[in-house]
Unconditional design. Structure first.
Length: 390
Protein backbone atom coordinates (compact mmCIF):
# COMPACT_ATOMS: atom_id res chain seq x y z
CA UNK A 1 0.00 0.00 0.00
CA UNK A 2 2.95 2.31 0.58
CA UNK A 3 3.62 2.49 -3.15
CA UNK A 4 0.06 3.78 -3.69
CA UNK A 5 0.66 6.53 -1.13
CA UNK A 6 3.84 7.49 -2.97
CA UNK A 7 1.97 7.64 -6.27
CA UNK A 8 -0.81 9.67 -4.62
CA UNK A 9 1.72 12.16 -3.24
CA UNK A 10 3.50 12.46 -6.59
CA UNK A 11 0.23 13.06 -8.49
CA UNK A 12 -0.89 15.79 -6.09
CA UNK A 13 2.48 17.55 -6.18
CA UNK A 14 2.46 17.60 -9.98
CA UNK A 15 -1.25 18.28 -10.42
CA UNK A 16 -2.16 20.99 -12.92
CA UNK A 17 -5.78 22.03 -12.41
CA UNK A 18 -5.93 25.66 -13.53
CA UNK A 19 -9.71 25.84 -13.13
CA UNK A 20 -11.67 24.75 -10.07
CA UNK A 21 -14.61 22.89 -11.60
CA UNK A 22 -18.04 24.09 -10.48
CA UNK A 23 -19.13 20.54 -9.63
CA UNK A 24 -16.78 20.63 -6.62
CA UNK A 25 -19.16 23.14 -5.02
CA UNK A 26 -22.30 21.15 -5.81
CA UNK A 27 -21.43 17.74 -4.37
CA UNK A 28 -22.49 16.72 -0.88
CA UNK A 29 -19.09 15.42 0.19
CA UNK A 30 -20.45 14.10 3.50
CA UNK A 31 -22.08 11.12 1.80
CA UNK A 32 -20.26 7.79 2.24
CA UNK A 33 -20.50 6.59 -1.36
CA UNK A 34 -20.21 9.08 -4.21
CA UNK A 35 -20.04 8.26 -7.92
CA UNK A 36 -18.64 10.71 -10.48
CA UNK A 37 -19.74 9.84 -14.00
CA UNK A 38 -18.63 11.59 -17.14
CA UNK A 39 -17.69 11.16 -20.76
CA UNK A 40 -14.15 10.16 -21.60
CA UNK A 41 -11.96 13.24 -21.83
CA UNK A 42 -13.89 15.66 -19.59
CA UNK A 43 -11.28 15.52 -16.81
CA UNK A 44 -12.57 13.07 -14.19
CA UNK A 45 -9.09 12.07 -12.97
CA UNK A 46 -7.97 15.69 -12.59
CA UNK A 47 -11.27 16.44 -10.81
CA UNK A 48 -10.72 13.64 -8.27
CA UNK A 49 -7.13 14.66 -7.61
CA UNK A 50 -8.12 18.31 -7.28
CA UNK A 51 -10.70 17.34 -4.66
CA UNK A 52 -8.12 15.27 -2.76
CA UNK A 53 -5.63 18.15 -2.77
CA UNK A 54 -8.27 20.73 -1.85
CA UNK A 55 -9.88 18.71 0.97
CA UNK A 56 -6.93 16.79 2.41
CA UNK A 57 -3.63 18.09 1.10
CA UNK A 58 -1.07 15.33 1.65
CA UNK A 59 -2.91 13.88 4.68
CA UNK A 60 -2.71 10.07 4.53
CA UNK A 61 -6.34 9.72 5.59
CA UNK A 62 -7.15 10.12 1.87
CA UNK A 63 -5.80 7.90 -0.91
CA UNK A 64 -6.29 8.03 -4.69
CA UNK A 65 -6.05 4.71 -6.54
CA UNK A 66 -6.49 3.95 -10.24
CA UNK A 67 -8.19 0.58 -10.65
CA UNK A 68 -6.59 0.23 -14.06
CA UNK A 69 -3.50 -0.87 -12.10
CA UNK A 70 -2.57 -4.51 -12.71
CA UNK A 71 -2.25 -4.93 -8.95
CA UNK A 72 -6.02 -5.23 -8.79
CA UNK A 73 -6.05 -8.34 -10.95
CA UNK A 74 -4.97 -10.14 -7.79
CA UNK A 75 -6.40 -7.93 -5.04
CA UNK A 76 -10.03 -7.18 -4.27
CA UNK A 77 -11.45 -3.74 -3.63
CA UNK A 78 -12.94 -4.96 -0.35
CA UNK A 79 -9.66 -6.30 1.09
CA UNK A 80 -7.77 -3.19 -0.04
CA UNK A 81 -10.40 -0.88 1.45
CA UNK A 82 -10.42 -2.85 4.70
CA UNK A 83 -6.64 -2.62 5.04
CA UNK A 84 -6.72 1.10 4.24
CA UNK A 85 -9.30 1.87 6.94
CA UNK A 86 -7.52 -0.27 9.52
CA UNK A 87 -4.39 1.81 8.91
CA UNK A 88 -6.30 5.04 9.58
CA UNK A 89 -7.73 5.75 6.14
CA UNK A 90 -10.96 7.73 5.94
CA UNK A 91 -11.53 8.54 2.25
CA UNK A 92 -10.68 6.17 -0.59
CA UNK A 93 -10.83 7.56 -4.14
CA UNK A 94 -11.16 4.91 -6.84
CA UNK A 95 -10.63 6.00 -10.44
CA UNK A 96 -11.86 4.05 -13.51
CA UNK A 97 -13.80 1.66 -11.32
CA UNK A 98 -15.53 -0.03 -14.24
CA UNK A 99 -12.21 -1.59 -15.28
CA UNK A 100 -12.53 -3.89 -12.25
CA UNK A 101 -14.91 -6.91 -12.46
CA UNK A 102 -17.77 -7.06 -9.94
CA UNK A 103 -16.99 -3.51 -8.84
CA UNK A 104 -20.58 -2.67 -7.91
CA UNK A 105 -20.97 -5.73 -5.67
CA UNK A 106 -17.77 -4.92 -3.80
CA UNK A 107 -18.61 -1.25 -3.41
CA UNK A 108 -21.94 -2.27 -1.95
CA UNK A 109 -20.19 -4.56 0.51
CA UNK A 110 -17.86 -1.74 1.54
CA UNK A 111 -20.78 0.63 2.03
CA UNK A 112 -22.70 -1.84 4.16
CA UNK A 113 -19.78 -3.06 6.27
CA UNK A 114 -17.19 -0.26 6.46
CA UNK A 115 -19.29 2.53 7.91
CA UNK A 116 -16.20 4.49 8.93
CA UNK A 117 -14.95 4.72 5.33
CA UNK A 118 -15.99 7.12 2.57
CA UNK A 119 -15.53 5.95 -1.02
CA UNK A 120 -15.55 8.27 -4.03
CA UNK A 121 -15.30 6.61 -7.42
CA UNK A 122 -15.31 7.62 -11.05
CA UNK A 123 -16.56 5.79 -14.08
CA UNK A 124 -17.82 6.01 -17.61
CA UNK A 125 -20.93 7.97 -18.50
CA UNK A 126 -22.31 4.68 -19.84
CA UNK A 127 -22.36 3.02 -16.40
CA UNK A 128 -25.74 2.34 -14.80
CA UNK A 129 -25.60 3.13 -11.10
CA UNK A 130 -29.14 3.72 -9.90
CA UNK A 131 -31.38 1.39 -11.89
CA UNK A 132 -33.66 -1.24 -10.41
CA UNK A 133 -31.03 -3.95 -10.92
CA UNK A 134 -28.08 -1.93 -9.67
CA UNK A 135 -26.19 -3.24 -6.63
CA UNK A 136 -25.77 0.38 -5.56
CA UNK A 137 -29.43 1.38 -5.65
CA UNK A 138 -30.31 3.48 -2.64
CA UNK A 139 -26.78 3.95 -1.33
CA UNK A 140 -24.84 5.94 -3.93
CA UNK A 141 -25.04 9.64 -4.73
CA UNK A 142 -24.28 10.10 -8.43
CA UNK A 143 -22.99 13.28 -10.06
CA UNK A 144 -22.13 13.98 -13.69
CA UNK A 145 -19.00 15.86 -14.67
CA UNK A 146 -19.48 17.62 -17.97
CA UNK A 147 -16.94 19.33 -20.18
CA UNK A 148 -15.91 22.93 -19.57
CA UNK A 149 -18.73 25.43 -19.68
CA UNK A 150 -18.09 28.62 -21.61
CA UNK A 151 -17.76 30.39 -18.24
CA UNK A 152 -15.07 27.98 -17.03
CA UNK A 153 -13.23 28.27 -20.34
CA UNK A 154 -13.48 32.07 -20.32
CA UNK A 155 -12.20 32.33 -16.75
CA UNK A 156 -9.12 30.35 -17.76
CA UNK A 157 -8.52 32.10 -21.07
CA UNK A 158 -9.13 35.66 -19.85
CA UNK A 159 -7.95 35.33 -16.25
CA UNK A 160 -11.37 36.27 -14.88
CA UNK A 161 -13.32 34.80 -11.97
CA UNK A 162 -16.97 34.93 -13.01
CA UNK A 163 -19.45 32.86 -10.98
CA UNK A 164 -22.30 30.78 -12.44
CA UNK A 165 -25.62 32.44 -13.16
CA UNK A 166 -29.01 30.73 -12.83
CA UNK A 167 -31.44 30.53 -15.73
CA UNK A 168 -33.95 32.60 -13.74
CA UNK A 169 -31.37 35.36 -13.33
CA UNK A 170 -30.58 35.27 -17.04
CA UNK A 171 -34.26 35.65 -17.92
CA UNK A 172 -34.91 38.50 -15.51
CA UNK A 173 -31.55 40.32 -15.31
CA UNK A 174 -29.58 39.45 -18.45
CA UNK A 175 -29.00 43.08 -19.46
CA UNK A 176 -27.42 44.02 -16.11
CA UNK A 177 -25.43 40.76 -15.97
CA UNK A 178 -24.06 41.25 -19.48
CA UNK A 179 -23.10 44.85 -18.79
CA UNK A 180 -21.15 43.77 -15.73
CA UNK A 181 -19.36 40.98 -17.60
CA UNK A 182 -18.59 43.04 -20.71
CA UNK A 183 -17.14 45.83 -18.55
CA UNK A 184 -14.33 43.37 -17.71
CA UNK A 185 -13.96 41.23 -20.83
CA UNK A 186 -15.27 40.89 -24.40
CA UNK A 187 -16.94 37.44 -24.33
CA UNK A 188 -17.43 37.30 -28.10
CA UNK A 189 -13.65 37.48 -28.54
CA UNK A 190 -13.49 34.00 -26.95
CA UNK A 191 -16.83 32.49 -27.93
CA UNK A 192 -16.04 31.16 -31.41
CA UNK A 193 -12.90 29.45 -30.16
CA UNK A 194 -14.87 27.81 -27.36
CA UNK A 195 -17.43 26.43 -29.82
CA UNK A 196 -14.60 24.74 -31.70
CA UNK A 197 -11.91 23.99 -29.11
CA UNK A 198 -13.07 24.72 -25.56
CA UNK A 199 -15.27 21.94 -24.19
CA UNK A 200 -12.70 19.24 -23.40
CA UNK A 201 -9.83 20.05 -21.00
CA UNK A 202 -7.22 18.77 -23.42
CA UNK A 203 -7.39 22.12 -25.22
CA UNK A 204 -4.74 22.93 -22.58
CA UNK A 205 -2.37 20.40 -24.12
CA UNK A 206 0.01 21.24 -26.95
CA UNK A 207 -1.51 18.72 -29.33
CA UNK A 208 -3.91 18.90 -32.24
CA UNK A 209 -7.27 19.42 -30.55
CA UNK A 210 -9.51 18.02 -33.28
CA UNK A 211 -7.36 14.90 -33.57
CA UNK A 212 -7.68 14.46 -29.81
CA UNK A 213 -11.45 14.76 -30.07
CA UNK A 214 -11.58 12.15 -32.84
CA UNK A 215 -9.34 9.83 -30.83
CA UNK A 216 -11.64 10.34 -27.86
CA UNK A 217 -14.70 9.47 -29.96
CA UNK A 218 -13.14 6.19 -31.05
CA UNK A 219 -12.18 5.26 -27.48
CA UNK A 220 -15.75 5.92 -26.35
CA UNK A 221 -17.08 3.72 -29.15
CA UNK A 222 -14.50 0.95 -28.76
CA UNK A 223 -14.20 0.80 -24.97
CA UNK A 224 -16.92 2.66 -23.09
CA UNK A 225 -19.84 1.65 -25.28
CA UNK A 226 -18.69 -1.67 -26.78
CA UNK A 227 -17.27 -2.97 -23.50
CA UNK A 228 -19.96 -1.81 -21.09
CA UNK A 229 -22.88 -2.50 -23.43
CA UNK A 230 -21.27 -5.81 -24.46
CA UNK A 231 -21.41 -5.10 -28.18
CA UNK A 232 -19.35 -7.44 -30.33
CA UNK A 233 -16.51 -5.58 -32.04
CA UNK A 234 -17.66 -6.75 -35.47
CA UNK A 235 -20.63 -4.37 -35.09
CA UNK A 236 -18.43 -1.38 -34.25
CA UNK A 237 -18.26 -0.15 -37.88
CA UNK A 238 -22.06 0.17 -37.91
CA UNK A 239 -22.00 2.23 -34.72
CA UNK A 240 -19.26 4.44 -36.14
CA UNK A 241 -21.15 4.85 -39.44
CA UNK A 242 -24.33 5.80 -37.58
CA UNK A 243 -22.50 8.50 -35.64
CA UNK A 244 -21.04 9.96 -38.84
CA UNK A 245 -24.45 9.84 -40.56
CA UNK A 246 -25.87 11.80 -37.63
CA UNK A 247 -23.04 14.35 -37.62
CA UNK A 248 -23.50 15.16 -41.32
CA UNK A 249 -27.05 16.37 -40.83
CA UNK A 250 -27.35 17.12 -37.10
CA UNK A 251 -29.51 18.49 -35.71
CA UNK A 252 -32.20 16.57 -37.58
CA UNK A 253 -35.47 14.69 -37.21
CA UNK A 254 -34.46 11.03 -37.23
CA UNK A 255 -35.90 8.71 -39.86
CA UNK A 256 -35.21 5.37 -38.19
CA UNK A 257 -36.06 3.39 -41.31
CA UNK A 258 -33.60 5.38 -43.40
CA UNK A 259 -30.90 5.08 -40.75
CA UNK A 260 -31.43 1.33 -40.52
CA UNK A 261 -30.97 1.09 -44.30
CA UNK A 262 -27.84 3.26 -44.18
CA UNK A 263 -26.07 1.07 -41.65
CA UNK A 264 -27.75 -2.19 -42.73
CA UNK A 265 -29.37 -3.20 -39.48
CA UNK A 266 -32.82 -3.36 -37.93
CA UNK A 267 -34.89 -0.42 -36.70
CA UNK A 268 -34.75 -1.81 -33.15
CA UNK A 269 -30.96 -1.95 -33.31
CA UNK A 270 -30.80 1.65 -34.53
CA UNK A 271 -32.87 2.75 -31.52
CA UNK A 272 -30.54 0.82 -29.22
CA UNK A 273 -27.50 2.39 -30.89
CA UNK A 274 -28.97 5.88 -30.49
CA UNK A 275 -29.33 5.27 -26.77
CA UNK A 276 -25.79 3.91 -26.53
CA UNK A 277 -24.43 7.02 -28.25
CA UNK A 278 -26.50 9.20 -25.92
CA UNK A 279 -25.25 7.39 -22.82
CA UNK A 280 -21.68 7.77 -24.10
CA UNK A 281 -22.24 11.56 -24.35
CA UNK A 282 -21.71 11.58 -28.10
CA UNK A 283 -25.22 12.66 -29.03
CA UNK A 284 -28.19 14.28 -27.30
CA UNK A 285 -31.80 13.35 -27.99
CA UNK A 286 -34.58 15.92 -27.93
CA UNK A 287 -38.07 14.66 -27.17
CA UNK A 288 -41.52 16.13 -27.24
CA UNK A 289 -42.61 16.65 -23.61
CA UNK A 290 -39.74 14.41 -22.43
CA UNK A 291 -41.58 11.25 -23.48
CA UNK A 292 -38.39 9.22 -23.79
CA UNK A 293 -40.30 6.02 -24.54
CA UNK A 294 -41.12 7.50 -27.94
CA UNK A 295 -38.83 8.04 -30.89
CA UNK A 296 -36.72 11.19 -30.36
CA UNK A 297 -37.96 14.27 -32.18
CA UNK A 298 -34.49 15.64 -32.90
CA UNK A 299 -30.94 14.32 -32.70
CA UNK A 300 -27.99 16.59 -31.87
CA UNK A 301 -24.32 15.91 -31.36
CA UNK A 302 -23.64 16.29 -27.65
CA UNK A 303 -21.47 19.39 -27.91
CA UNK A 304 -20.26 21.81 -30.55
CA UNK A 305 -16.64 20.60 -30.38
CA UNK A 306 -17.74 17.13 -31.51
CA UNK A 307 -19.65 18.67 -34.39
CA UNK A 308 -16.66 20.73 -35.46
CA UNK A 309 -14.18 17.85 -35.23
CA UNK A 310 -16.27 15.22 -37.03
CA UNK A 311 -17.22 17.60 -39.84
CA UNK A 312 -13.70 19.09 -40.14
CA UNK A 313 -15.01 22.59 -39.49
CA UNK A 314 -17.66 22.50 -42.25
CA UNK A 315 -20.54 23.29 -39.91
CA UNK A 316 -23.50 25.61 -40.33
CA UNK A 317 -23.19 28.34 -37.70
CA UNK A 318 -26.84 28.16 -36.65
CA UNK A 319 -26.52 24.43 -36.06
CA UNK A 320 -23.38 25.07 -34.03
CA UNK A 321 -25.25 27.68 -31.98
CA UNK A 322 -28.22 25.38 -31.33
CA UNK A 323 -25.90 22.57 -30.28
CA UNK A 324 -24.17 24.92 -27.83
CA UNK A 325 -27.45 26.10 -26.33
CA UNK A 326 -28.83 22.57 -25.87
CA UNK A 327 -25.58 21.36 -24.33
CA UNK A 328 -25.19 24.19 -21.81
CA UNK A 329 -28.84 24.62 -20.81
CA UNK A 330 -29.59 20.91 -20.45
CA UNK A 331 -26.89 20.63 -17.77
CA UNK A 332 -29.38 21.63 -15.07
CA UNK A 333 -32.65 22.26 -16.90
CA UNK A 334 -35.30 20.21 -18.67
CA UNK A 335 -35.11 20.81 -22.41
CA UNK A 336 -37.77 19.58 -24.85
CA UNK A 337 -38.86 20.24 -28.40
CA UNK A 338 -40.94 23.38 -28.85
CA UNK A 339 -43.76 23.67 -31.37
CA UNK A 340 -43.05 27.28 -32.29
CA UNK A 341 -39.36 27.63 -31.44
CA UNK A 342 -36.19 25.53 -31.24
CA UNK A 343 -36.44 24.53 -27.58
CA UNK A 344 -38.87 24.52 -24.69
CA UNK A 345 -37.09 24.81 -21.34
CA UNK A 346 -38.59 23.76 -18.02
CA UNK A 347 -42.01 23.33 -19.66
CA UNK A 348 -42.74 27.03 -20.16
CA UNK A 349 -39.87 28.96 -21.75
CA UNK A 350 -39.52 28.98 -25.55
CA UNK A 351 -36.14 29.75 -27.11
CA UNK A 352 -35.29 30.40 -30.74
CA UNK A 353 -31.58 30.34 -31.58
CA UNK A 354 -30.29 32.43 -34.43
CA UNK A 355 -28.39 35.38 -35.72
CA UNK A 356 -31.32 37.19 -37.30
CA UNK A 357 -34.11 38.83 -35.35
CA UNK A 358 -37.35 36.90 -35.74
CA UNK A 359 -40.55 38.75 -36.38
CA UNK A 360 -42.90 38.79 -33.43
CA UNK A 361 -42.91 37.03 -30.10
CA UNK A 362 -45.64 34.58 -29.22
CA UNK A 363 -45.67 35.38 -25.51
CA UNK A 364 -43.74 36.90 -22.66
CA UNK A 365 -42.12 33.48 -22.23
CA UNK A 366 -40.61 33.50 -25.72
CA UNK A 367 -36.97 34.49 -26.16
CA UNK A 368 -34.34 34.87 -28.87
CA UNK A 369 -30.74 33.88 -28.24
CA UNK A 370 -28.43 35.74 -30.64
CA UNK A 371 -24.83 34.76 -31.32
CA UNK A 372 -23.43 38.24 -32.05
CA UNK A 373 -24.95 40.22 -29.21
CA UNK A 374 -22.77 41.48 -26.38
CA UNK A 375 -25.69 42.91 -24.43
CA UNK A 376 -29.30 42.10 -25.16
CA UNK A 377 -32.59 43.84 -24.51
CA UNK A 378 -35.92 42.63 -23.15
CA UNK A 379 -36.50 39.18 -24.71
CA UNK A 380 -33.35 39.15 -26.82
CA UNK A 381 -30.47 37.51 -24.95
CA UNK A 382 -26.83 37.00 -25.99
CA UNK A 383 -26.22 33.34 -26.77
CA UNK A 384 -22.86 33.29 -24.94
CA UNK A 385 -24.54 34.06 -21.61
CA UNK A 386 -26.14 30.61 -21.55
CA UNK A 387 -22.60 29.30 -21.13
CA UNK A 388 -22.58 30.78 -17.62
CA UNK A 389 -25.11 28.31 -16.21
CA UNK A 390 -22.40 26.14 -14.64
Amino acid sequence: MQSFFQTHKYLLKHLEAPVRRELLNQIDWSHRLIGIKGARGVGKTTFLLDYAKWAFGLDKSCLYVNLNNLYFTGRTITSFADEFRKKGGKTLILDQVYKYPHWSEELRYCYDNFTDLKIIFSGSAVMRLQGEKSDLKGCVKVYNLEGFSFRENLNLAAGTNFKPVSLDDIITNHVEICKEITSKVRPLAYFSNYLEHGYYPFFLEKRNYSENVLKNINLILEIDISYLEQIELKYLPKLRKLLYSIAKVAPFQPNVSRLSQDIETSRATVMNYLNYLKNGRLISLLFEDSEVAKKPSMVYLQNSNLLHAVMHGEVDQINMNRTFFFNQVAYSNKVDLSEGADFKVNNDLDFTIGGEKHEGLKSENSFFAHDMLEVGSEQEIPLWLFGFLY
